[in-house]
Write a protein that binds this ligand. Structure first.
Ligand SMILES: Cc1cc2nc3c(=O)[nH]c(=O)nc-3n(C[C@H](O)[C@H](O)[C@H](O)COP(=O)(O)OP(=O)(O)OC[C@H]3O[C@@H](n4cnc5c(N)ncnc54)[C@H](O)[C@@H]3O)c2cc1C
Length: 324
């Protein structure tokens, strides 16, 4: 039996749920396919979303799922593993859940809201503490750790920028150059770091010092002669994970992609339409800088635009039918 929807949304994070809410309220038969790995799951609280500041991310998404259910939007806990486009989009699901079952679902329009993955630098202990005292975004968590002893782990010269930005939240900032050579810093970098009072420590970082389930230090690699092996007291470490956008479904459908310093993302118009007709992208699958509030906004825009597209396509068909 063909399961046919007007719209399928792959990804039930903020962007996908937001698109689904608009579509449900616009009375569009919509399916959300959600694999259950939202990006901010490691964090206990979500910040910077007006009216929901401090809410646990899981609670926020549960509220979103309850809201879309009110308008008859279906949600299946499954993973979309393949997609093709013929007369419509055919999305193959992995199965593995009683309701999922490896089936293929069809829709006239497809929203890819699959987010991105954060690939942490390969330093022992980072992953376990990510979202707690190993952080990537001061706008998300800076206030909560203000005035503590910060470290910043540089993996590219962009680490300088991150170190400068976080001085807005603490004046006690140490930049660990790690894989960045001292010569890679420009004179401007050095002047700004000096003016901001950032301590610069060259040398590779070997790992974290953790006591009583709290970060207490950052340890350098190597022997002791040049300061190697030394541990620096730090309570918070900022890192810059490599962004790995989850854009596999988009590339399978031939969407044009564009490289950025923060990963390769689809080319979209202001509404989120890719270069493939009927194929939309929203949230972190469409861009790096989509915080939760932006992801919600992107989803909303795409949802509203899709409703308009469907309506006009049906009207045009009706007109063609009358003429025919
Ligand atoms: C540790 C951490 C803390 C953060 N804190 C904040 C904060 O405080 N405030 C803030 O504004 N932002 C924060 N962010 C950023 C925030 O996570 C993103 O802005 C937000 O998750 C983007 O929403 P999204 O819907 O695009 O992606 P996601 O929330 O990642 O949702 C994408 C969903 O798609 C699903 N998916 C992926 N592939 C498939 C597939 N093939 N089939 C089915 N489903 C699939 C995933 O399982 C996931 O649930 C934080 C990020 C991190 C890493």
């Amino acid at each position: 039996m063909t399961e046919k929807y007007e719209v399928i949304v792959v990804g039930g994070g903020t962007a996908g749920l937001s698109a689904a809410l608009v579509l449900g309220r616009a009375r569009r038969r919509t399916l959300v396919v959600e694999a259950g790995e939202p990006r901010n799951a490691p964090a206990a609280h979500m910040h910077g979303y007006l009216s929901r500041d401090g809410m646990p991310p899981a609670e926020f998404l549960a509220a979103g799922r309850a809201e879309i259910a009110r308008y008859g939007v279906e949600l299946v806990h499954d993973r979309a593993v393949d997609v093709t486009k013929g007369e419509d989009f055919a999305v193959r699901l992995a199965g593995g859940t009683p309701s999922g079952g490896g089936r293929t679902v069809h829709a006239r329009q497809l929203v890819v809201a699959t987010g991105l993955k954060d690939e942490l630098p390969p330093v022992a202990g980072l992953a376990e503490r990510f979202g707690r005292d190993v952080l990537h975004c001061p706008y998300c968590h800076g206030w909560e750790v203000r005035d503590r002893a910060f470290g910043v782990l540089a993996t590219t010269p962009m680490g300088v920028h991150q170190a400068l930005i976080v001085t807005q939240w603490s004046k006690d900032v140490t930049l660990f150059l790690h894989t960045v050579a001292e010569e890679e810093l420009t004179d401007e970098d050095r002047r700004r770091l000096g003016a901001a009072g950032v301590v610069v420590v060259p040398g590779e970082v070997a790992g974290l010092v953790v006591e009583d389930d709290r970060l207490t230090g950052v340890r350098l690699a190597g022997g002791t002669s040049s300061g190697g092996g030394r541990a620096y007291d730090r309570e918070v470490l900022f890192v810059a994970p490599r962004a790995v956008p989850q854009t596999d479904l988009l590339t399978r459908l031939g969407a044009e992609m564009s490289e950025t310093p923060f990963g390769t993302y689809p080319v979209v118009d202001g509404r989120g339409l890719t270069t493939v007709p009927g194929l939309w992208a929203a949230g972190n699958a469409s861009g790096f800088a989509e915080q939760v509030v932006n992801a919600a906004s992107r989803g909303y825009r795409a949802g509203a635009a899709i409703n308009g597209e469907l309506l006009m396509a049906d009207l045009d068909m009706a007109v063609a039918g009358v003429r025919g």
